[in-house]
Ligand binder design. Structure first.
Ligand SMILES: [Zn+2]
Length: 251
């Protein structure tokens, strides 16, 4: 059963100000939908900044869409695989329907209790940030939520991804501390509408298992893939890591 409650909702403002890290079992999560990560950003000429005049930002912000407050209340509990996947698919679908990002959703649950730790959607285009995939956003917010970079401090946790992780997210899974990964659509479903999953080890499922991270695939695959198709049919931006290569070939 999926339970929502507005209790405990709190705005955190800018990041790093995590929600009560001492009370990790309570997971007074998010609720800030803004994540500031201090980075040295040597960006390539953003469109808004002509060459020669660009500044050097000291932070990068991932802001989740305005509808997030309604979709991700302070308390969410989902116990079955289908409930967890349905929650993530709903986020992906809403992101697509609202025109706020790509057709991907992710959520991290405590495996035993079913409590939601954090969730994310793809905001690559809105954030001007190639790394802002749904899984990366969820993992980043999870760390901020619990006040620790390693989710293993929570015990067993499960990352739910509406589409199998790309090469980047796959790498991050191993660093995140989650102990299981559940996937909806497959790589080929994403590629079928034009997204590029990157160069992943062919035995990535076995590789994760060897690292202690179990993988469950094809949970509600048809529903998850349907979001990808709806996004493509609606004219959503299809971006991938091949842009530089294609520009060279065209040039
Ligand atoms: Zn990814």
């Amino acid at each position: 059963m999926l339970r929502h409650s507005a209790m405990g909702r709190a705005a955190l403002g800018a990041a790093g100000l995590c929600a009560n890290p001492a009370d990790r079992r309570g997971l007074d999560h998010p609720l800030s939908y803004t994540l500031d990560v201090t980075v040295l950003l040597f960006a390539k000429h953003p469109a808004s900044q002509p060459r020669g005049t660009m500044t050097r930002p000291r932070s990068a912000t991932i802001a989740l869409p305005d509808w997030w407050d309604d979709a991700v209340p302070a308390e969410v509990v989902a116990n079955s695989p289908e409930e967890r996947m349905a929650f993530a698919i709903e986020l992906a679908d809403r992101n697509t329907a609202s025109g706020t990002g790509g057709p991907f959703g992710a959520a991290i649950f405590e495996t035993g209790s079913g409590k939601l730790v954090a969730a994310g959607v793809n905001v690559v285009v809105a954030a001007s940030m190639a790394i802002a995939h749904a899984e990366m956003v969820a993992m980043a917010l999870a760390g901020v939520t619990i006040g620790h970079h390693d989710l293993a401090t929570l015990g067993e946790t499960e990352l739910v991804a509406t589409t199998e992780p790309c090469a980047m997210c796959l790498g991050a899974v191993g660093w995140s501390g989650v102990t299981s990964l559940m996937c909806g659509a497959r790589d080929e479903d994403a590629r079928a509408v034009g997204f590029d999953e990157g160069a992943k080890p062919p035995e990535w499922v076995a590789d994760l298992a060897a690292a202690g991270i179990s993988v469950t695939r094809d949970v509600m695959r048809t529903s998850a893939a349907a979001v990808l198709i709806r996004y493509a049919e609606s004219g959503g931006v299809i971006y991938n890591g091949r842009a530089a290569l294609e520009a060279r070939e065209e040039g």
